[in-house]
Ligand binder design. Structure first.
Ligand SMILES: [Zn+2]
Length: 277
């Protein structure tokens, strides 16, 4: 059985990002029977974006065009420790600690997990298990391919990768028990648009577990001028009150933040009918 056949045959979960209808599987693509659009499967990874980042008309996607090349160093000392120390502050939290916190937030939950902007599955593949089927999405094919290589090498069967953007997730409403969003919420063009789309695919009461940056007391993000400069290049260091507002506006409640320097991990819960407004 080829890797592509595994992805297509076993899951039957992907929907057309436009029509939100379940897609029909073909040999090398998923096809929408409503709008007839075909989404290719490249090296076993469904591609719902269908364009090169460097060629995109969308400036936000073009800005991400270098990310493919970072895939090989993303989980090495050349990336995470550097970013965490510079932005979060010296000795704020390590990648291992972040993975620990995120995993703990979702430890007792069984079912489907969506890993938003999953990179090479840095968080998702560490919680994937027969009890937690993880679906990672990212705009970077380089990151996704690296993730697929890691999962193959590590023998992880319960993590799946697809190329899609957070604003147009290729899934039906309300099917995930957990959403992870680690290292990317601060990069989305419109935080509320992204959070609303994440909430759409989550079940009522499902847990959102996030690592992002805040205007904390350590690292370069403690300086207002540096935060403004980061904002101009697309990195948004959140104030806690601002983030809580965004979450409420997107249908989440129960905001539980934990800051370490300027590094923020938090969990929140998708509202269920009857929750206080
Ligand atoms: Zn369609």
């Amino acid at each position: 059985m080829t890797a592509a056949a595994f992805v297509v045959g076993e899951l039957g979960i992907y929907t057309c990002p436009g029509c939100k209808r379940l897609l029909r599987q073909e040999e090398e693509a998923f096809r929408c029977s409503t709008c007839c659009h075909a989404y290719p499967i490249r090296e076993s990874i469904p591609d719902f974006l269908g364009e090169e980042l460097s060629q995109s008309k969308d400036p936000e996607l073009r800005r991400m065009r270098f990310i493919d090349r970072m895939a090989r160093i993303y989980e090495t000392r050349l990336w995470y420790p550097l970013i965490l120390n510079v932005y979060g502050g010296f000795r704020s939290a390590s990648l291992a600690q972040l993975i620990g916190r995120i995993s703990q937030n979702v430890q007792s939950i069984k079912g489907r997990v969506i890993d938003i902007a999953c990179g090479p599955g840095t968080y998702g593949r560490r919680i994937a298990s027969p009890l937690k089927e993880v679906f990672g999405i990212d705009v970077s094919m380089g990151m996704l391919q690296q993730g697929a290589a890691y999962t193959a090498k590590e023998g992880i069967l319960n993590m799946h990768f697809a190329r899609a953007r957070v604003e147009a997730l290729p899934f039906e409403d309300g099917i995930f028990e957990v959403a992870l969003c680690c290292g990317s919420l601060h990069l989305f063009t419109d935080t509320v648009v992204a959070l609303r789309e994440i909430a759409r695919v989550m079940k009522p009461g499902a847990i959102l577990s996030v690592f992002t940056f805040t205007a904390g007391r350590r690292g370069i993000l403690k300086f207002r001028r540096m935060r403004e400069r980061c904002r101009r290049i697309g990195l948004h260091a959140f104030e806690l009150s601002e983030l809580e507002q965004y979450l409420t506006a997107s249908g989440f409640t129960d905001f539980q933040p934990e800051a370490s320097g300027s590094i923020l991990t938090f969990s929140a819960r998708k509202k269920v009918p009857g929750d206080p407004v």
